[in-house]
Design a binder for this molecule. Structure first.
Ligand SMILES: Cc1cc2nc3c(=O)[nH]c(=O)nc-3n(C[C@H](O)[C@H](O)[C@H](O)COP(=O)(O)O)c2cc1C
Length: 96
């Protein structure tokens, strides 16, 4: 997936980039909703200007990443997660 964020009078480029990221995220969700499995990877060739150009990104465009979609063949086991209270703070606590 390629983002073509560029100067716009009302929409900052970072919002355009975030929007492209959300398209990718929704694509992953849609694949799972249809019974497929999906992964989103960036990889070095998305970040390297010359390689990205070879893969179709034009000047000023950037790869959001690659969405691979396929038929799941195994149940993916979750990895250990941090306790939420160690990484999440409520808005009213933000000034502490
Ligand atoms: C924007 C984005 C880019 C990613 N790029 C890579 C990548 O280049 N290589 C890779 O092995 N995994 C990549 N991943 C997968 C993540 O490393 C991770 O395995 C995945 O998001 C699942 O998260 P979890 O390990 O917290 O469950 C990417 C994920 C996201 C959301």
């Amino acid at each position: 997936m390629i983002s073509t964020a560029r100067h716009h009078a009302k929409i900052p480029e970072f919002e355009q980039l975030l929007s492209a990221g959300n398209v990718a995220f929704n694509l992953v969700h849609a694949a799972y909703a249809l019974g497929y499995a999906a992964t989103w990877t960036t990889r070095w060739y998305a970040l390297d200007t010359e390689a990205a150009e070879m893969l179709g990104a034009h000047y000023g465009e950037r790869f959001i990443g690659f969405i691979s979609i396929g038929t799941p063949t195994a149940v993916v086991e979750d990895r250990p997660r941090p306790a939420l209270e160690t990484i999440v703070s409520a808005w009213q606590d933000a000034a502490r």
